[in-house]
Design a protein around this ligand. Structure first.
Ligand code: NAI
Length: 390
């Protein structure tokens, strides 16, 4: 199905499309990038050239390699140039109708055996494929931002995707040097589902006045070993993007309370306090910005970290229970997709799954809120353990 000679088409020359094109061209493919905006195409071409110049300066690649890579990418204003593609990856605006239109147009251009992939973060593959004549060749290939640097790619077969298409896509993307995991076509796939409580529970702790923002960030970095605290990370991702992902996962899970967005973040989003890119989010950025200091209270810090950790572990366990992905893939997804210091299932075992269950049960009893409902799998494990030790 695929070989080094496979021509890869990329639709959308924005942040993701241009990164994906770079990855495919680095792996030796001829790549064609199409965007409806000529400006986006020009920008993408200029950005790639400057990225490669920097890599040459840092001696990460040779000048010859950089030049060869550039010649492998063609920027086209006509979708018709995709007719010889063996794989097309769509990375356009996150709008279902627009995506469906592009896929149905693509089908009138490409050959019958061309695989059509979407990089969507929030729509189901089933819904995108529904507008297609041949949904068996439509699949999700979800890269992380920035695509050339982030090792993880989630592969998401839709309900009608051919198994062979899934197998070949896994093989191809792995040959590009990526860590590949397979996820069921469920909201947020693996990473954007399991990571929700890293943000949500941290905001909840702040809303309750248990600690301020810098203290919560300090706690997660110091006691959890996370590279960035949740509020630093939300400001980095953008409170617009992060809020929208949370809202979409929550809505698509039929308003499951575990994924409920927070009013605090919604207000930041409404006020356009997006974070780093707008100069202010949870923190203020710039030369004269104040540097808030955390309260260095070890007991408090450990309690904050434990509460967020048990929520994360619960989500990972439930993701396993509902067979969204294998144990190995859930662990890989969180360590390679969002740089968590440990896989959450291994982390839960290290702490003791019984302890995770009892802490969640205590939270559930205190709050009487479904967001603290422990996964049934935690309970099953606990019962099994009791039986084997008695
Ligand atoms: P972006 O806004 O940077 O780029 C989108 C590009 O698509 C723009 O250049 C726009 O001109 C073009 N476009 C819009 N409609 C088009 C059409 N009908 N035909 C051709 N081109 C069209 O968006 P970004 O961030 O690159 O996201 C693209 C996709 O990747 C979305 O589905 C998003 O959910 C997904 N994604 C985004 C991630 C991120 O962190 N930015 C991470 C993973 C997935």
């Amino acid at each position: 199905m695929f070989s080094k000679n496979t021509v890869v088409g990329v639709i959308g020359a924005g942040a993701m499309g241009s990164g994906i094109a770079q990855v495919a061209a680095s792996a030796g493919h001829q790549v064609i990038v199409y965007d409806s905006s000529a400006e986006a195409l020009n920008k993408a071409r200029a950005a790639l050239s400057s990225t490669l110049d920097k890599l040459v300066e840092k001696q990460k690649i040779s000048r010859e390699e950089a030049d060869a890579l550039i010649t492998r990418i063609a920027y086209e204003k006509e979708l018709h140039s995709f007719r010889n593609c063996g794989l097309v990856i769509e990375a356009i605006v996150e709008n279902l109708e627009v995506k469906q239109k592009v896929f149905s147009l693509l089908e009138s251009i490409v050959k019958a055996d061309c695989v059509l992939a979407t990089n969507t973060s929030s729509f189901s593959i089933a819904s995108i494929a529904s507008a297609s004549q041949t949904p068996s060749r439509i699949i999700g290939i979800h890269f992380f931002n920035p695509a050339p640097l982030m090792p993880l790619v989630e592969i998401i077969p839709g309900i009608l995707t051919d198994n062979e298409v899934t197998r070949k896509c896994r093989e191809l993307i792995a040959s590009w040097g990526k860590t590949v995991v397979t996820a069921k076509d469920t909201p947020g796939f693996i990473v954007n589902r399991v990571a929700r409580s890293f943000y949500g529970e941290s905001i909840r702790i702040y809303e309750e006045g248990i600690a301020d923002i810098p203290t919560i960030d300090w706690a997660l970095k110091t006691f959890g070993g996370f590279k960035m605290g949740p509020f630093e990370l939300m400001d980095f991702i953008g409170n617009d993007v992060n809020y929208k992902v949370t809202e979409s996962v929550w809505e698509q899970f039929f308003y499951e309370p575990r994924f409920k967005p927070s009013l605090t973040q919604k207000r930041l989003f409404e006020a356009r306090l997006f974070g780093r890119k707008s100069g202010r989010g949870y923190y203020t950025y710039g030369a004269n910005a104040p540097q808030p200091t955390p309260v260095l209270d070890t007991e408090l810090g450990k309690a904050i970290f434990n509460r967020v950790l048990v929520m994360l572990v619960n989500e990972a366990v439930d993701t396993l229970y509902l067979q969204v992905a294998s144990r190995e893939d859930i662990e890989l997804a969180m360590t390679k997709g969002v740089n968590y210091p440990k896989g959450l299932l291994a982390w839960g075992e290290e702490v003791g799954m019984d302890k995770v269950l009892s802490q969640l049960t205590a939270l559930y009893n205190d709050y009487q809120e479904d967001r603290y409902r422990p996964s049934l799998l935690l309970k099953k494990w606990s019962v099994r353990k009791q039986k084997t030790t008695s």
